[in-house]
Ligand binder design. Sequence first.
Ligand code: KG4
Ligand code: ZN
Length: 362
Amino acid sequence: MLILGVETSCDETGLALLELDTPDQASTPQAYRPPSARLLAQALHSQVDLHRLYGGVVPELASRDHLLRLMPLLEGVLREADRDLQDIKLIGVTQGPGLAGALLVGCSFAYGLAAAIDCPVTPVHHLEGHLLSPLFGVDSLAFPFLALLVSGGHSQLLQVSGVGEYELLGETIDDAAGEAFDKSAQLLGLGYPGGPEIARLAQTGRAGRFALPRPLLGRPTLDLSFAGLKTAVLTQVKRAGGTAGLSDVDKADIAAEAQQAIVDVLVAKSMAAVKQTGAQRLVVAGGVSANQLLRHQLDAACSKLKVSVHYPPISLCTDNGVMIAWAAGLRAALGDRGSAAGAFAVRPRWPLSERRLSSALA
Ligand code: KG4
Ligand code: ZN
C-alpha cells in the first residue's frame, strides 16, 4: 500500500512516499509485529533561513512558505519514486498540534488531493509521528516502552503500551527542552534553531564555570521545568553587561553548562520514570533526541539499569514527512485506514490521549 505522508505543523515542509507491506495476518496491539515498509522517496524543505532573521518561527511566513513548497515537493517525490498520483492509497497528514495556519495549509493540500484521487486520509498527531519513528526499519523493538519525547514545543514522559495507547506520566510545566535550547541560544546571540548551535559551541566550552539550575531535579515528580534555566542564562548575560560583554570563551562555557543542565534533568527524570514503571525499554524521540550529549548520557544511565534505549536515525529526529507516513501506516496495519476526505478541523492543541486506536476503530 503506497502511503503519502504530509507534515507542515511548524517550519518544515515534509513529504514522503512509503510502501507498506500489508501484513498477511492483522497484528494486534497485544501481539505486535511492526509491518515492513520501504521508503520510496522523501522531500524536506526547511524554513530555517526564512525565520533566522527573526530569531524564531513567524507563523504567517511559515504558512505562506508551506503553500509555495507543497506542490513542487509532491511532484519531486512522485518522480523519484516513479509513481503516479493514482498509486497513492492513503494520505497521512499532521492535523495537530502545531501552528494553526501551517496545519491548515498542509491539511487543505492533503484533503484536497485525497478528494481528487479518491483515497482516504488519516489525521496524524505530530507527537505520535515522533514517538513511533524509532520503530521504523527495526523489528526488535517491542511494546510496552517508556518514551521521552523532547521537541521544540513539547517535553513529555509517556508509557506506551501499543500504537494509540499512550499514558502521560509527566510533562513540562513551562518551556519545552527544545525551547530551552532555542531561548538560551537567542540570549547568547547565536543562530536559530538553538539546539544544534548550543551543541556546537558547547564542544569547546566547559560546563560548571557558570552555575545554572537543574529545575525540579530533586523532586519526586516526573514533570519537567525549563523556564528557570532561561532566566538564569539571562541573568548571566545581564551580569556581563549584555551579549556584547561576553567573550567567545564565556559564551562557549555558558552553552556547555546550559546543555549539561538540560541533559542532567532529562536523564534524571527518564531514569526516575524507568524505576517507577519497571520499563525494560526507553525510546527517545523529537528534535532534541538528535543531541549527542543526551544520547551518550542516556546510553550510560540505561546500561547501568539494564534498560535498552532506542533513538530514531538522526535524519528522523526533527520534523519530517516519513514519520507521518509511518504513523499512518502503523495505524493502517492495525485496521485504522483513515476516512474519506471531507470536512476537517485542524487541532493546534490536541492531547495525544485522544488518539486511542480503539476509538478510531469503533
Ligand atoms: O521535533 P522538532 O523538529 O520540532 C518540534 O516538533 O518542535 O524539534 C525542534 C527542536 C528545536 O527546539 C531545536 O533546537 C531542537 O529540536 N534540536 C536540538 C538539536 N537538534 C534540534 N536540540 C539539541 N541538540 C540538537 N542537536
Ligand atoms: Zn516535531
